[in-house]
Ligand binder design. Structure first.
Ligand code: AMP
Length: 206
């Protein structure tokens, strides 16, 4: 099974992709996470992509496609944060056939609120925010590490990221509708509700 999880920043893509990957035994491939790992390891690629990520702009396709090629298995995966433009979707279509695109829809004002509140565990990758609040402030429930805020999770950058989504990523909705693999889920619901709706949509895959 090959899935894409689509949506604005903070629509819940990472949270839902992790849950679905665990439940359905899929590899979770997040281009954002792969890029943040490059930054952490201070690789040569990190120097090239850092300014784009800081600004909330799209990293050029050649580097993203290289990351995808190096991390894409034959089958059984969920893509999170890729593709983000028609050119990326076309490149992906040349190498594989996707079964379903789940689009977690949220209004912009909710996205801005969620982004500013989002905190991440640097150790286990758990994501906290408006719907999942850690028991102890800024401490991960799962592993006890201190949580951090992504440098691009601020009001100025999120506005640019939303603009990038509207200009470059939202045309993917029609692209995948035309290919009959598009499915919309209300991303404003609770984590559990979104997951159960997503799982229902997945059972419709032929
Ligand atoms: P994310 O964690 O998916 O929100 O991604 C964080 C940042 O990484 C984005 O704002 C972009 O700068 C970059 N990025 C992640 N995925 C892609 C992609 N598919 N194409 C271009 N840039 C990306």
């Amino acid at each position: 099974m090959k899935l894409i999880i689509l949506g604005k920043p903070s629509s819940g893509k990472g949270t839902q992709a992790k849950l679905l990957a665990e439940k359905l035994n899929l590899k979770h491939i997040s281009t954002g996470d792969l890029l943040r790992e490059e930054l952490k390891l201070k690789t040569p690629l990190a120097k090239k992509v850092e300014s784009y990520m800081k600004a909330g702009s799209l990293v050029p396709d050649s580097w993203i496609l290289e990351l995808i090629k190096n991390n894409l298995p034959e089958d059984n995966y969920i893509l999170d944060g890729f593709p983000r433009s028609l050119s990326q979707a076309e490149s992906l279509a040349k190498i594989t056939k996707i079964n379903l695109v789940l689009d977690l829809f949220c209004e912009d004002d909710l996205i801005i609120k969620r982004t500013i509140r989002r905190r991440i565990c640097p150790n286990c990758g758990a994501i906290y925010g408006s719907t999942l609040i850690p028991k102890v402030k800024d401490i991960c429930d799962k592993c006890g590490s201190g949580l951090y805020q992504r440098p691009d999770d601020n009001e100025k950058t999120i506005k640019n990221r939303l603009q990038v989504y509207n200009n470059d990523t939202s045309p993917l909705i029609d692209y995948y509708k035309k290919r009959n693999i598009y499915s919309k889920v209300d991303g404003s619901l609770s984590i559990k509700e979104v997951q159960s709706l997503a799982l229902k949509k997945i059972t419709t895959i032929k």
